[in-house]
Design a protein around this ligand. Structure first.
Ligand code: GTP
Ligand code: MG
Length: 318
């Protein structure tokens, strides 16, 4: 069996640095090895030279090197999937929400983003043969719209014990963007110790939009958002976990041609998320999910329905 290395084993990392790294959410050699040296300079208050030595030592310890496409395929073979509750939406995504990736749910108010988040907090707990990962969920709520009652109804509908299901959802309310970033960093302690296989940030953009209004604030906002997304993506990779974030629609009134509505967060979110799903309202409780900008999927769409018991397929009329 491979030896498990600790931060203390990395050359150049003393006890004071270990403490600072852990406080910033870098708790493993794996996490250290993929943290950019420039970030380490900030976190650990060390010189750039030292940071780059530390990164190299961490990588050497893990034997990080070029691999073959075959190894990549083997790693991708470990990818797990979480059912959305709707077969049509699972098919749209391949088999459901993927681990080792960030999936972004985009849509206007009431389009069903938060409902899907509630649903997957429950379905991730299902055994693999029922479309889950037998794992827990971690929910970072920036809008105060998490409703445990909704979790209970979804759990009941799936024949799960609601008490157990609630206990398997680790919840935090984020009050501002700094707090949100901090919670994501803190998550790297919680995730491996609690078998968390799904991390949700609902919504990833709200605080950033309200705290950084105007053009002048755009650059610092995007920089911070970029770092936050990278942190989430790193965790999804290291811990083989699915990350689900929600995003809002922004209207650009100066658009003359094409769709004046586009996802908020600009290129940073567009490039930061692995998969993007655009949700639109249809008749009554029906919704349309469209996959956009995917490296693996054709740009197709499907119908689903929001009910009291969660997300389901639209019943075929006979
Ligand atoms: P914002 O966070 O405001 O941007 O919207 P969202 O996309 O998160 O919307 P959310 O997931 O909260 O969806 C709310 C919608 O779900 C509402 O428009 C309701 O129509 C629908 N909904 C919520 N609960 C129920 C329910 O018990 N039964 C049915 N049929 N629909 C419900
Ligand atoms: Mg919502």
């Amino acid at each position: 069996m491979a030896v498990k290395h600790e931060l203390e084993d990395v050359d150049g990392v003393g006890p004071a640095t270990v403490e600072k790294l852990r406080a910033a959410g870098i708790t493993s050699v794996e996490a250290l090895a993929v943290t950019p040296p420039r970030t380490l300079v900030e976190i650990a208050d060390i010189t750039e030279e030292k940071a780059s030595t530390i990164t190299q030592s961490a990588r050497a310890l893990l034997n990080i090197k070029f691999t073959t496409a075959r190894d990549v395929l083997t790693k991708r073979g470990n990818i797990g999937f979480i059912t959305t509750g709707s077969k049509a939406m699972d098919n749209l995504l391949g088999k459901g929400f993927e681990t080792q990736a960030i999936t972004e749910l985009i849509g206007e108010f009431g389009s069903g983003k938060t409902q899907i988040c509630h649903q997957t907090c429950v379905t991730v707990q299902l055994p693999v043969e029922r479309g889950g990962l037998a794992g827990r969920a971690l929910f970072i709520d920036t809008e105060g719209t998490f409703r445990p009652e909704r979790v209970v109804s979804v759990a009941n509908n799936l024949g799960l014990n609601p008490d157990e299901v609630l206990n398997n959802i680790i919840y935090a309310r984020a009050y501002n963007s700094d707090h949100q970033v901090l919670l994501a960093e803190e998550a790297s302690h919680i995730v491996p110790e609690n078998n968390v296989r799904l991390l949700i940030v609902d919504s990833v953009i709200t605080h950033f939009r309200s705290e950084y209004p105007g053009r002048e604030a755009l650059a610092p906002r995007q920089q911070k958002l970029n770092k936050h997304l990278h942190q989430l993506l790193r965790m999804s990779d290291i811990y083989n976990m699915a990350v689900l974030v929600t995003n809002q629609i922004q209207s650009t009134p100066d658009t003359f041609f094409g769709n004046p509505n586009k996802p908020a967060g600009g290129n940073i979110l567009a490039h930061g998320s692995t998969y993007r799903i655009w949700l639109r309202k249809s008749k009554e409780s029906r919704r349309i999910a469209r996959i956009i900008d995917s490296p693996m999927h054709a740009e197709t769409e499907c119908l689903f329905q929001i009910t009291q018991n969660g997300i389901i397929d639209v019943e075929e009329k006979t």
